[in-house]
Design a protein around this ligand. Structure first.
Ligand code: PLP
Length: 399
């Protein structure tokens, strides 16, 4: 038995699964994105764990039929989302408030189309998931930044700063709840104040809650729409089981909109472009993950917590100049490398050419990410051990 076999023991997250010939972006794009192939991939946000067995079995079983016609969208599909939101986050959601989406980022793009015009301003809070900025720019909206403040080793929102920068051209604020990168799980007070400011200034909040199920270390996710009436009536919530159950390639996202007027406008756009239609595997995967995946998810969270602690302890003991910003959610560690005093180009080159690791460049999340790198720890611990050893060996080249 592998020495790290999960303590609770029902699922083996230590198992190394070969993803090399599976057309995985994380593995196949190394040469294209990082210039070489001999790297341990710890970048794009999917995990190296197999999804729950029930989900895999259902996909195989369905495939055996060999006919892949149009899917019927069942009541049970909607019910599985409502039940999940209630059980995990104590949020009451009804069928009519839900729509299938072909991706959370696409859902953001659709909302930008529906609720803003060219030249309008959209607020983001960097360092933040880079598509927030890219999608906004590609839609010819102006990106307005309200940078997060790094304080006592974690980020907080600059809510005073936010209030000052809003103009009447600001139409939307993009919220990452929990936040990627850094892993902050925003608390009720912060979200309530944010909701109040945005409501008062007629700025619609698009809350991306894709990382919400993977809250760690006893933290609690608060769905944005639940913090106040203002939040409920002035928000579009986007979510998916894709990060939680490692099914990003199955395209299983959805929106939840409480405000009838906003919902009708958004759904009209989706329906008129047939953007609300998924494939048979997507609907199945959501339903099975939410109906049968909870135990698996709970063990996964424990494994991720141990991976995070492992990296933190290792770096503290061996190379404290790189610091872990401890995430409160998800499997992405934000590494503070500012003490190395390298330029961003040198920092990236160090990780790629010396440590032979493929991490996300912190600068892609905004200039606030300069001096940082993002490491994906959704992998077996032996992979992390190997990666950290390579990193340690590489540090000799720095002195
Ligand atoms: C905050 C955040 N939103 C959205 C996504 C991607 O979602 P989708 O694949 O549904 O577009 C990611 C993936 O890493 C993410 O971290």
């Amino acid at each position: 038995m592998c020495k790290y076999y999960s303590k609770m023991g029902n699922y083996n997250f230590d198992q190394i699964i070969n993803r090399k010939n599976t057309d995985s972006l994380k593995f196949r794009a190394l040469k294209e994105r990082f210039g070489r192939e001999d790297l341990i991939p710890l970048w794009v946000a999917d995990m190296d764990f197999q999804s729950p067995q029930e989900l895999v079995d259902a996909m195989v079983e369905r495939s055996k039929n060999g006919i892949f016609g149009y899917p019927f969208v069942s009541k049970e599909y909607y019910q599985s989302i409502s039940n999940w939101q209630w059980q995990q986050h104590q949020w009451k959601v009804s069928e009519e408030e839900i729509s299938y989406l072909p991706g959370v980022v696409k859902g953001i793009a659709f909302a930008i189309d529906v609720f803003s015009d060219k030249g309008d301003q959209i607020i983001i809070q960097p360092p933040v998931y880079h598509p927030f900025r890219i999608i906004t720019q590609l839609h010819e909206r102006e990106v307005v930044i309200n940078p997060l403040i790094l304080e006592e080793d974690q980020y907080r929102m600059d809510l005073d700063g936010l209030e000052k920068l809003i103009t009447n051209k600001c139409k939307i604020l993009l919220l990452s709840n929990p936040h990627n990168p850094g892993g902050r799980v925003w608390n009720r007070e912060e979200l309530k104040k944010l909701a109040e400011i945005c409501y008062k200034n007629k700025v619609l909040v698009i809350s991306d809650e894709i990382h919400s199920d993977l809250v760690l270390f006893g933290n609690k996710h608060i769905p944005f729409a639940t913090v106040s009436k203002e939040a409920e009536q002035n928000s579009i919530i986007l979510s998916a089981p894709s990060k939680t159950f490692n099914i990003a390639g199955l395209v299983t996202s959805y929106s939840i909109i409480k405000n009838k007027n906003l919902r009708e406008r958004y759904h009209k756009y989706l329906v008129s472009n047939e953007l609300n239609q998924g494939n048979i595997f997507a609907y199945m995967a959501i339903q099975i993950a939410y109906e049968k995946g909870e135990d698996w998810m709970n063990e996964l969270k424990h494994y991720i917590e141990e991976n995070i602690k492992f990296v933190d302890k290792y770096l503290k003991a061996n190379f404290p100049r790189i610091k872990v910003v401890l995430p409160e959610a998800s499997f992405l560690i934000w590494l503070d490398c500012r003490e190395l005093k390298l330029s961003q180009k040198e920092l990236n080159s160090f990780f790629i050419n010396k440590a032979r690791l493929a991490l996300n460049d912190g600068a892609m999340f905004g200039k606030e990410g300069i001096g940082f790198m993002r490491m994906n720890v959704g992998c077996p611990r032996t992979t992390l051990e190997k990666a950290l050893k390579q990193l340690m060996d590489a540090t000799h080249s720095l002195f």
